[in-house]
Write a protein that binds this ligand. Structure first.
Ligand code: ADP
Length: 405
C-alpha cells in the first residue's frame, strides 16, 4: 500500500483530482478529472493504464458531492494499492482570515462557509469537496489552501476601494485570486531567473480565468483581480474591469434582473461575448472572422494596459512570466503582448517562443521573459504534506512497529 495525499480542486463545472505520495515526490501517482458538471458530465482518467479514457457519466449525477464519491470509487478501482491518508483542497476565498493554508476543523469550516457569499460560484463547491471527503474517510485530516492567501502581503493601499472606509473595515477589499498558481511560480522562479528572482516580476496567469500579479522578492504587491475573480483582465467568459455605471444602466435603464446581469458578466462576456464565437482562444486564433480578431485585440490590449499599471506600482520591471493555458501554450498571444511591451525593452526570440522554451527572450532583451507551467495541485499537496503529514517517516515507523507487534 502507498499512502497518498488526495488533492481536490472543485470548479464551478469541473472537479480536478490528483493523488501524491506522502513521501515527498513532485509528480502525482494518479490524476483524473470530471468536466461538464450540470450539463453532460464526463470523467477523464489522466494517469496509469486508464490514461486517456473518457467516460460519459449519468446526467442525474448533478452535484459535486455525488460526483466526488463516484470519483473516489473510481480511484479505488484504478489504483487499489493507494491509501488516502490526507486531503488538500483548493478553496477560492479565504477573506481577511487566512494568509496561509489551514488544517480544517469546525471553526475553519465555519469561517469558509461564512465566506461563501464572496465567491458563490466556487466556495460552495469547495465545501462540497471537503464534506464528501469527510463522509468517505471521517478520520483523515484535511487542509484548505486559499487562492486569496498569497495576496495578503499586498500593501493596504493596493487592497482598498475608494468607497467609504467602513466598507473596508467590513471586508470589502481587493483580495486577488490565482494565489496558488502565483505561489508555485514564486517558488520555482529562482531555478529560472537565479538571484534576479528577488527583483520586480510580473506573472501573467492567462487561462480561462486570467490575472496578473506584480511580485517583489517573490511576494505579491499588486494584482488585477479584486473583491471577486470578475475584476481585471478580460477572460474566457468574464468581462474583467467594467465601469460600475454599466451595471447600474443594465439594472435601472434596461430592466435586467440582478441574476441576469450576474450571468451576463460571468458567463456571456469576455472572449465569448466580444467574439460571439467561443471562449476558447484556440478557436479565435484559427478564425478569420473579424469579431474573433477584435476579441483577441481587446484581450491583449487589456493585458498590456494593466501590466503598464503594475510596472508603475513596482517602479520598473526585472522580468516577466507567462503561465496557465494561454500563457503556456499560445506563442502568438505571447508574441502580441511582447510586441506591445517593446517600450520596456522586451525582445522575444521567435524560435524559443514558438517552441515554448523556458526562457523566450533574446540575450539583448532588457528583461528576461519566461514560460513556466503552473502547478496548483502540487502546491496544495505540498501544504497538505506539511500541515497534515508533518512527520511521514515517524508515522511510517509507528505503523511498521504496530505491524510487527
Ligand atoms: P482554467 O483557468 O480553467 O484552469 P487553463 O489554464 O487550463 O484554464 O486554460 C484553458 C484555456 O487555455 C482554454 O480555454 C484555451 O483558451 C487556452 N488554451 C489552451 N491551449 C491553447 C493553445 N494551444 N493555444 C491557445 N490557447 C490555448
Amino acid at each position: 500500500m502507498t499512502d497518498v495525499i488526495l488533492v481536490i480542486n472543485c470548479g464551478s463545472s469541473s472537479i480536478k483530482a490528483a493523488a501524491y505520495a506522502v513521501e515527498e515526490r513532485p509528480a502525482p501517482v494518479w490524476k483524473g478529472n470530471i468536466t461538464g458538471i450540470g450539463s453532460a458530465p464526463v470523467y477523464r482518467a489522466l494517469s496509469g493504464t486508464a490514461a486517456g479514457e473518457r467516460m460519459a457519466l449519468a446526467t442525474d449525477m448533478t452535484t459535486h458531492r455525488s460526483l466526488i464519491h463516484w470519483m473516489l470509487e473510481r480511484l479505488g478501482q484504478e489504483m487499489p494499492s493507494l491509501r488516502v491518508v490526507a486531503a488538500g483542497h483548493r478553496v477560492v476565498h479565504g477573506g481577511r482570515h487566512f494568509d496561509a493554508p489551514a488544517l480544517i476543523d469546525d471553526t475553519v469550516l465555519e469561517t469558509i462557509q461564512g465566506l461563501s457569499d464572496l465567491a458563490p460560484g466556487h466556495q460552495p463547491h469547495n465545501l462540497s469537496g471537503i464534506h464528501a471527503i469527510a463522509e468517505a474517510w471521517p478520520e483523515i485530516p484535511q487542509v484548505a489552501c486559499f487562492d486569496t492567501a498569497f495576496h495578503r502581503t499586498q500593501p493596504r493601499v493596493a487592497q482598498l476601494f475608494a468607497l467609504p472606509r467602513h466598507f473596508a473595515d467590513e471586508g470589502v477589499l481587493r483580495y486577488g485570486f490565482h494565489g496558488l498558481s502565483y505561489e508555485y511560480i514564486a517558488s520555482v522562479l529562482p531555478r529560472h531567473a537565479g538571484s534576479q528572482a528577488n527583483g520586480r516580476f510580473i506573472v501573467a496567469h492567462l487561462g480561462n480565468g486570467a490575472s496578473l500579479c506584480a511580485m517583489q522578492e517573490g511576494r505579491s504587491v499588486a494584482t488585477t483581480m479584486g473583491f471577486t475573480a470578475l475584476d481585471g483582465l478580460m477572460m474566457g467568459k468574464r468581462c474583467g474591469d467594467l465601469d460600475p455605471g454599466v451595471i447600474m444602466h443594465l439594472l435601472r435603464d434596461r430592466g435586467m434582473s440582478v441574476d441576469e446581469v450576474y450571468h451576463l458578466i460571468r458567463r456571456e462576456s469576455g472572449l465569448l461575448g466580444v467574439s460571439g464565437i467561443s471562449n476558447d482562444m484556440r478557436d479565435l486564433l484559427e478564425s478569420d472572422d473579424p469579431r474573433a480578431q477584435e476579441a483577441i485585440e481587446l484581450f491583449v490590449h487589456r493585458i498590456v494596459s494593466q501590466l503598464g499599471a503594475l510596472v508603475a506600482q513596482l517602479g520598473g520591471l526585472d522580468g516577466l512570466v507567462f503561465t496557465a493555458g494561454i500563457g503556456e501554450r499560445s506563442a502568438p498571444i505571447r508574441e502580441r503582448i511582447a510586441a506591445r511591451l517593446a517600450w520596456l525593452g522586451v525582445r522575444l526570440d521567435p524560435a524559443a517562443n514558438a517552441e515554448g522554451a523556458s526562457c523566450i527572450s533574446t540575450t539583448d532583451s532588457a528583461l528576461p521573459v519566461f514560460v513556466i507551467p503552473t502547478d496548483e495541485e502540487g502546491v496544495i499537496a505540498a501544504h497538505t504534506r506539511t500541515l497534515a503529514c508533518a512527520t511521514p517517516r515517524a508515522q511510517r515507523r509507528e505503523r511498521e512497529a504496530l505491524a510487527c507487534s
